[in-house]
Design a protein around this ligand. Structure first.
Ligand code: HEM
Length: 387
């Protein structure tokens, strides 16, 4: 199974569509080429998003009981909603994350990041190692999200424990004991979200006022927390790691020959935090000559699409602004394309601009380690010291 798909060089000899050896009895068709991934994403009638949040390792009865005890339900809401209610729900969420609202955050966000980087710089100057994941990137997207969307009161550590447990429960190869533990963590916070969904203000209130059920409100908040803020903190960590090993890019930022926005796009292409995303065939069809029976799960290899030599000049190199750099599919495409794209781009741009001088003078003593996971990178640390 392709659980560590970001590791190792891309196999140029791989066919366009690969039948994956099954994992716990579930077969998948892996789509490897940019054009084909795009084609699937652009055709939601043939390739529906219904399986986007299905557990990669089917959840056994014991863990399902734990979830049920907490009243856990995850109806089709956003990413897994191929039904008629999707456009209206998406519209309300997109309004909360409107580019104008996002752009207005820049001065505040710059001040927050500058203050954090100042503290990290002082610690490095005093000879201490610092963890750029734990001390900068881990909770930043959550703090930012809370400026745009009313969320339940909860310490950041509790939210992060929940979001990382959800990414493991639904996208990792896990055994039954671990599934029970994860189900407890996910179920417990889901109950907090449910309570908030009934009375919460802001986005929750707007969804309710538009006639959406409490389950839909919970589903939207669940996805914003789990996929929205968690992916961004992963991306910030991976991007800072990539930059710390790219002195020529840091020099280009310093002299102004490189634009921060181009660095962010090239980072999304080369270090996407979501490496694959799923669709399911709604009818018998075919893809690049391969038969795709109705019900087939397709794993779209977004990370590989960003390194497709048919699209990018130097697929494995970190060259901001190169041909094809912006054609990555890190945010998906079509009707379900990420509505948080502008927000995560802004966060990444501010972090790149504010950390570049610091990154030019550090040595990485502990690179991020990423656990087995079908879709999410989930780096655990990025420890650096002053050179
Ligand atoms: C670097 C960070 C991020 C990446 C790489 C990313 C990636 C993705 C991907 C691949 C999808 C599925 C697209 C598809 O099916 O075509 C998606 C959907 C979505 N993302 Fe993001 N995302 C990021 C950050 C965020 C943020 C910060 C938010 C909001 C706070 C967010 C909210 C959403 C929502 C609501 C959807 C579902 C859209 C729909 O189904 O209509 N994402 N994202």
């Amino acid at each position: 199974m392709l659980f560590r798909s970001w590791q190792g060089p891309v196999e140029r000899s791989w066919p366009d569509v690969v039948r994956l050896p099954d994992h716990v009895g579930v077969e998948h068709l892996l789509v490897t080429r940019h054009a084909l991934v795009r084609q699937v994403l652009a055709d939601p009638d043939t390739f529906r998003p219904d399986n986007a949040l299905d557990a990669m390792t089917p959840i056994p009865v014991a863990a399902l009981r734990v979830l049920a005890r907490h009243g856990f339900r995850l109806p089709a809401t956003l990413a897994n909603n191929g039904g008629p209610s999707h456009p209206a729900i998406r519209g309300i969420v997109a309004e909360a994350l409107h580019p104008h609202r996002v752009a207005a955050l820049r001065p505040w966000l710059t001040a927050v990041v500058r203050e954090r980087v100042g503290r990290l710089d002082a610690a490095l100057g005093a000879g201490h190692p610092v963890d750029l994941y734990a001390d900068l990137a881990a909770d930043l997207p959550l703090v930012v999200l809370a400026r745009l969307v009313d969320l339940p009161e909860a310490p950041a550590e509790v939210v992060k424990e929940f979001t990382r447990a959800a990414l493991e429960l639904f996208w990792a190869p896990v055994d039954a004991d671990r599934q029970r533990v994860l189900a407890e963590v996910v179920g417990r916070f889901h109950a907090v979200l449910r309570e908030f969904a009934a009375t919460g203000t802001g986005l929750a209130g707007e969804l309710r006022a538009a006639g959406h059920s409490p389950d839909v409100v919970v589903g939207a908040l669940f996805f914003l927390l789990v996929a929205g803020q968690e992916t961004t903190s992963q991306f910030l960590t991976l991007l800072m790691h990539r930059l710390s090993g790219s002195p020529e890019v840091l020099a280009g930022l310093h002299t102004g020959t490189l634009e921060v926005e181009d660095v962010v796009e090239e980072g999304l292409r080369l270090e996407p935090p979501i490496v694959t995303w799923r669709r399911v065939a709604a009818r018998d069809t075919e893809l690049a000559g391969t038969a795709v029976p109705e019900g087939t799960s397709l794993v779209l290899w977004l990370a590989r699409a960003g390194r497709d030599p048919a699209v990018v000049t130097a697929p494995e190199a970190f060259v901001p602004g190169q041909r094809g750099s912006r054609r990555h599919l890190a945010f998906g495409a079509g009707a379900h394309r990420c509505v948080g794209a502008q927000l995560s781009r802004l966060e990444a741009a501010v972090v790149v601009a504010e950390t570049a001088p610091l990154l030019a003078g550090v040595t990485v003593t502990r690179a991020p380690w990423c656990p087995d996971n079908l879709s999410f990178r989930m780096p655990d640390a990025l420890v650096v010291t002053r050179r």
